[in-house]
Design a protein around this ligand. Structure first.
Ligand code: BGC
Length: 751
């Protein structure tokens, strides 16, 4: 019965709620087993199925008494998809996954994951997009829209601050609201507002001491109150700490089934008046809405593995990142080649709830031999450095397959270091010393230290690129396709350079986000810490020239020309930073991007509308975002560090309002903040005439030139009494009252 015409849906739902008993309502707010909502047979309501996600369908079924996963296509994981910087690639992956979900009668896919990459060590970084919230939010929106346009719900996760796996069920992300609002929430906000995902999955961890599953502030006040979200909130699996408390906070569906425990506790709480039936009805209504909106289509086309593979290949081609190339790539065809390391079974996904039963064509060795037209001389890591050097010398050129083993990066555990396994490093060093023509294929889901980077000629990062990884790789290595991926995260030189180094994974259950608003490139740029490869970096076999930047309002226009020998994609990136910020702000932030395809010699004008939100800061006192006004620089480039054009942007922002003046108001704030301009003359006027203090106010203009006066601006108003015996407490109070009267039209009591 789950198919209901949209027009009648809400009436049907209300009728159903009226029919439901308390027990049925409570049951609907929990799972049936691991992957279903509860059916209510009496009322003809079927159960709905949800499965992981996010880079392929992980549908778990029982067959012959065993738990098995149905075959499904595996797409590049999130860190790879993000490196495409192409919403169309995200849409292609999500659309194809949705087709498979429909074929399998699945109502919702548990993804995408948009958590920020606070540290490269987080074990699930391969499942997350970026260190930049704007990029992550844009890509997630494309994924969700594409999936839902095919009638399959998407569940954005893990809301919020699930930035590590260590003690993930209990750890408290101790984070300032400003960092939450500027880094950890905006990707969710952007995607939730733009794409309206069917569900939001709350995260395991606590935030500032409160379990997210019980945070009314996050699940109701912000998510629904501020962002207007109307869909369903689902728990991460086994995340619920206290079911009645979570229901009151706004968590609608508890997953999986807690063997009736959650249900019983809800029933008790309603009976004893702790939870009103209306609150329960609200959760039930949202769950029913989801069930009806994404009811499976019995006539859906069956799974088409070839079509899915073609989509996976199309995606994989755009996800690999050429990190370094001094001309060895693309490889010349038809010459001997030594292939060393993990080429026969390339890693293409990782472990945990996202692991799908794919049909990988992951024999990169075979794909390379096909493309080269010659058998390669292959040496495995087990054969050791000597054999590898011998093969490399014999062939005159070598391709080294390095990367993280699956046990290094997986759900449920963080990495402890950023190194590749020692054997790999030894072999890389020996081969790079033995032959000058040595290129590296790097396969991992997150950044690693690359001590051999200077010694090799080229490095191609494949990330974990799904079923078609090997084929896409071979095409890119031999130049049949042109690499176009760019990093959606910085590649630091070493772990100790990273922003959260001192506070990851925290001290027991307390993890202090002491790096605050500075993660990723925001941190490296602010501190001037050199990185191996910056955010946004990625090379191509062709080259691009940028020119003619104009900035008019928030419209940024410039021209890009393909000046090299072959066709290719370029991802143009727009950042902006305030020239002389009064607040702590990053040097610049990404606020627009566009990937475009240019034939050799072709040029195009690019127009990008700047998004202002990444430029705003969260003002804790006013509890709102503020766009700082003044002069800004717009940076247009091929990466965050490869800036090709600069333009000026004047922002007429909305400065924070004045707060009431009191005895601890600083003189420098009065003199510098625009909002206090109307009261400045009070200080220079008769009330304080002849005092040093008044003189100092008048002299403010010269303090910029006269450093000796500068420290005095740091005084609070109450300290005026130290400057002049005539400046009594009474004068101070009168001054404060006069200020507040002028600012707010009334005298604020209790100053
Ligand atoms: C993971 C989620 C996943 C869920 C269901 C949890 O452990 O954190 O990402 O969707 O399991 O498998």
């Amino acid at each position: 019965m789950n198919k209901v015409k949209t027009k009648n849906r809400s009436a049907e739902i209300e009728a159903l709620i009226r029919e439901m008993t308390l027990e049925e309502k409570a049951a609907l707010c929990g799972g049936d087993g691991h992957w279903h909502t509860n059916a209510i047979k009496r009322l003809g309501l079927d159960r709905a199925m949800m499965t992981d996600g996010p880079h392929g369908l992980r549908k778990v079924v029982q067959a012959d008494g065993k738990t098995v996963q149905v075959p499904a296509a595996c797409f590049p994981t999130a860190s790879a998809l993000a490196a495409s910087w192409n919403p169309d690639v995200l849409a292609a992956a999500a659309g194809a996954i949705a087709d498979e979900a429909r074929a399998e009668g699945v109502s919702m896919v548990l993804g995408p994951g948009v958590n920020m990459k606070r540290s490269p060590l987080c074990g699930r970084n391969f499942e997350y997009f970026s260190e930049d919230p704007y990029l992550a939010g844009k890509l997630a929106s494309a994924y969700i829209q594409a999936m839902q346009s095919k009638g399959v719900g998407s569940c954005i996760k893990h809301f919020a601050c699930n930035n590590q796996e260590t003690r993930r069920f209990t750890v408290s992300a101790n984070v300032r609201e400003r960092a939450l609002r500027e880094l950890y929430l905006p990707a969710f906000e952007l995607a939730i507002k733009a794409a309206k995902p069917a569900a939001v999955m709350e995260s395991y961890n606590r935030i500032n001491g409160t379990h997210v599953s019980e945070s009314k502030w996050l699940l109701t006040d912000i998510l629904r109150g501020e962002w207007g979200y109307e869909g369903m909130v689902v728990s991460d699996w086994e995340a619920v700490n206290d079911r009645p408390a979570s229901l009151l906070a706004g968590l609608d569906l508890e997953m999986p089934d807690s063997f009736g425990d959650g249900r019983t506790r809800i029933i008790e709480a309603v009976k004893d008046g702790h939870i009103s039936e209306e609150t329960l009805n609200t959760a039930v209504r949202r769950i029913l809405n989801f069930i009806f909106a994404y009811a499976p289509d019995k006539d859906a086309a069956p799974r088409d593995p070839e079509k899915s593979y073609a989509a996976a290949l199309r995606c994989a081609r755009e996800c690999m990142v050429l990190l370094k190339n001094d001309g060895m790539l693309p490889l010349a065809k038809g010459s001997p080649l030594a292939v060393i390391g993990g080429a026969k079974t390339m890693r293409y996904q990782s472990s945990g709830s996202s692991k799908v039963t794919g049909s990988p064509k992951n024999d990169a060795l075979a794909a390379i031999e096909r493309e080269n037209g010659l058998p390669a001389t292959y040496v495995s890591f087990e054969e050791g450095a000597e054999a590898a050097v011998k093969a490399a010398r014999h062939c005159g050129r070598a391709l080294l397959f390095l990367g993280l083993p699956e046990s290094f990066e997986a759900e449920g555990a963080d990495r402890r270091h950023m190194r590749l396994p020692d054997t790999q490093l030894e072999i890389a060093k020996a081969v790079a010393l033995a032959v000058p023509d040595c290129a590296v294929v790097l396969t991992c889901g997150a950044p690693v230290e690359l001590p051999f980077a200077e010694a090799v000629r080229s490095i191609l990062l494949t990330y974990l690129c799904g079923d078609a990884a090997a084929e896409a790789l071979a095409e890119l290595l031999f130049g049949r396709q042109n690499p176009s991926g760019k990093l959606a995260e910085s590649f630091p030189l070493s772990l100790s350079d990273t922003p959260a180094f001192l506070n990851f994974p925290g001290d027991g259950d307390e993890c202090d986000y002491a790096e605050d608003i500075y993660i990723g490139y925001r941190y490296y740029e602010k501190r001037g810490v050199p990185v191996r490869y910056p955010f946004g970096h990625g090379l191509s076999y062709t080259s691009f020239a940028y020119r003619d930047l104009t900035v008019s309002g928030t419209a940024v226009r410039f021209t890009v020309k393909n000046t090299g020998p072959c066709d290719g994609f370029e991802t143009t990136q727009v950042y902006a930073g305030q020239n002389t910020p009064k607040r702590a702000l990053p040097v610049k932030a990404l606020c627009g991007f566009q990937k475009l395809f240019l034939k050799a010699g072709e040029e195009k004008e690019v127009e990008i509308e700047l998004s202002l939100r990444p430029l705003e800061y969260w003002d804790a006192r006013e509890r709102r975002y503020i766009l700082p006004d003044g002069s800004w620089t717009v940076y247009v480039g091929a990466s965050s560090a490869d800036i090709r054009l600069r333009g000026a942007l004047e922002i007429k922002g909305d400065a924070p309002g004045a707060k009431p003046v009191d005895r601890n108001t600083l003189l420098c704030d009065i003199m510098r903040e625009e909002c206090y301009a109307p009261v400045r003359e009070i200080f220079a006027g008769a009330m304080l005439s002849n005092t040093d203090f008044a003189k100092l106010c008048g002299e403010y203009g010269c303090t910029e030139q006269n450093p000796a006066l500068r420290p005095r601006l740091g005084f609070a108003l109450r300290q005026a009494v130290y400057f002049n015996p005539e400046f009594s407490e009474t004068v101070l109070q009168r001054t404060i009252c006069a200020c507040n009267e002028r600012l707010f039209g009334h005298v604020k009591e209790d100053v």
